[in-house]
Design a protein. Sequence first.
Length: 179
Amino acid sequence: MDIIGFIKQQFEDNGHVAYGEHISMGEHMLQTAYYAEQKNSSDAIITAALLHDFGHLILELPEDITEHGIDGYHEDVGAKFLAPYFPKQIIDGIGLHVQAKRYMCVVKPKYYGQLSQASQDTLAVQGGPMNAQEIAGFELEPFYKDALQVRLFDDLGKHDELTHPDLAHYLRIAAQFVV
């Protein structure tokens, strides 16, 4: 499978889906990659930031599942789907970004108050803040610090209007990692 072509097609076909903020899912993912790039992150972090919500694009679930108390586990779906094509560092950035939010809510108490309303709402269905055992397990993940970076860029990528490079730019960065 041409995974880069498939990712592009999913952005085109499903990127318009509402993100729960004022923008589409595709726009949110591009903004997240943009912020990673602006902070001079590694190309692996930029790629993980671009693809962190890829699971939403392929799940094709209703846009309001959170309002019904349903977690689509988009992070797991996206990571599992992309795992054969990208290295573990990128996959963990994708697969652990929700856990990173749960982690940050405990280790940085002011973090929860900085989350958008949509992120606070999803936190409730994603398990809420981590307990001590979950924190210890998360910190054992080899790329948990990368996931924390992706999470922080995820929190930034929510603007109505933001000028950033197009999808093709970020897909060129991602293509260098395809295994």
